[in-house]
Design a protein around this ligand. Structure first.
Ligand SMILES: *Cc1c(COP(=O)(O)O)cnc(C)c1O
Length: 454
């Protein structure tokens, strides 16, 4: 595991100079030199459209069950989906805040308002629980593929699931999604929570009968402990956020849903109308899955960026050095402490960075104070309340259109297409944050905003 330490830090700093500002916790933008034309590499990818379609079909099979178990999904026919909204007033507020003109159109993808668990984890996390339940029930002869999946709510199925357990390690939101869905089906669920996890998330899970194990350490440790427990427990499924292809594919289904929403709203995406998407990144599965799905649909016309806290830039460090999960931010002396609890991850996924190497346009980092300011700005201009992690995508357009983005825009031939471009900030969570916590976040952001103006 200690590949990074085989070379002294001074040598790393020479061969990879961007590590200097990274270690100094400076906000920065990295443009991926290994990005390739999609057509050139599509055949080399280990996953593709057939895998994503399989995941989408599975979610469709579960739709009747989901409507019955979670009636607020009825308006989307049992699909767990969120609105895509234009936010021109926010765009203007960003122009004022950063003193920059922002051509093109800014939209918000409101995964903060996904039903069931109020974060992007309601895509991947819930998908993996459903897939596991389906596999078990099919094997046990309790279900067949063309059944009405509401059969899964019958006592026979629930009693069966009660003999099985699901374990996961989480900074909070993944545990929430898996706990709520798992408990609903009847599974025994155990969530190993990192120190960053908010108390209200733990309390909510306990109220659903989920076992919550609290760890004084960070996310990687919580995952490790969960993995250990699962190995020692019979009939136990471990949801491995650092490695899971199922989680990844669950997230990737978002792309075709987004394509439909863009179509419905008359938003064109083609070579003359580029699409830019900014995704908050923790371990990488969520943003990776969504970006991967988008590349399959839009190819070179979509440009995906990940956003990380300056104190938890694990994907940036992993992709920039090419070491991926063989390095942690702690090994660079970065503390992995951030108000963006959903992104407080020190070591990236074992496969997402590798898979995204030819597909991702870049990664930028943000200070906690920037996240708080944007939280207040979004609340004031559009009355949308998010959790700090979820704001990371919002200034992506600012980063790109400011000076640091110019060489990239010119090199990619995008500089003269910006008036027709669409930018989507992926708002990854926040709808379930309790009122008190929400107003504390807002007050912090407001104070930082007025300090800026003074
Ligand atoms: C988990 C999470 C992310 C990032 O997802 P990863 O799969 O960890 O990269 C972003 N925002 C919020 C609110 C999250 O909970």
């Amino acid at each position: 595991m200690h590949v990074f330490q085989q070379k002294p830090l001074t040598q790393w700093l020479q061969s990879h100079p961007l590590l200097n500002p990274i270690i100094a916790h400076q906000e920065l933008c990295w443009f991926n030199p290994k990005l390739r034309q999609f057509a050139e590499i599509v055949e080399t990818l280990p996953l593709g459209t057939a895998d994503i379609r399989d995941a989408a079909d599975r979610l469709q099979r579960f739709a009747p069950y989901i409507v019955q178990a979670f009636p607020d999904t009825a308006e989307n026919g049992g699909l767990i989906e969120s609105p895509l909204v234009k936010i021109p007033t926010v765009q203007q507020a960003l122009e004022a805040l950063y003193g920059l003109s922002l051509p093109g159109s800014l939209m918000l993808k409101c995964d903060s308002h996904l039903p069931i668990s109020g974060s992007i984890k309601a895509r991947g996390g819930i998908y993996e629980v459903l897939k596991h339940a389906e596999t078990l029930a099919l094997d046990a002869g309790l279900l067949s593929l063309d059944d009405d999946y509401r059969v899964l709510a019958t006592p026979a199925c629930r009693d069966f699931f009660a003999e099985h357990s699901i374990v996961v390690g989480s900074t909070g939101n993944l545990g929430l999604s898996i706990g709520i869905m798992g408990a609903q089906l009847g599974f025994k669920v155990c969530v190993h929570m990192s120190a960053d996890a908010r108390q209200w998330k733990k309390d909510l899970l306990k109220s659903k009968g989920v076992i919550v194990v609290e760890h004084p350490d960070d996310y990687s440790k919580a995952v490790e402990q969960g993995r250990l427990e699962a190995q020692q427990t019979p009939r136990c499924h471990f949801i491995d956020d650092e490695n899971s292809q199922d989680l990844f594919l669950g997230y990737s289904v978002a792309a075709q849903r987004l394509q439909q929403q863009l179509n419905q709203q008359g938003v064109i995406v083609d070579a003359e109308h580029p699409l830019f998407v900014y995704l908050p990144c923790g371990v990488g599965g969520g943003p990776g899955g969504v970006a991967f799905g988008l590349k399959q649909i839009f190819g070179d016309d979509v440009h995906c960026f990940f956003a990380e806290p300056t104190h938890s830039p694990c994907m940036l460090v992993g992709m920039y050095t090419g070491l991926h999960d063989q390095v942690s931010v702690q090994e660079l002396g970065i503390d992995n402490k951030t108000c963006a609890d959903g992104l407080a991850v020190g070591r990236p996924s074992a496969f997402v960075g590798r898979l995204m190497t030819p597909l991702l346009d870049g990664i930028y980092t943000l200070e906690d104070d920037s996240l708080y300011r944007l939280l207040a700005l979004l609340k004031d201009s559009e009355d949308i309340a998010l959790e700090p992690s979820a704001l990371a995508g919002l200034p992506g357009m600012v980063k790109l259109l400011s000076e640091v983005g110019q060489p990239y825009l010119v090199q990619k031939g995008l500089a003269d297409k910006l008036d027709q471009a669409t930018h989507i900030a992926w708002a990854t969570g926040g709808n379930m944050v309790p009122e008190q916590e929400r107003s504390d976040y807002y007050a912090t952001g407001k104070a930082l905003l007025s300090a800026l103006k003074a």
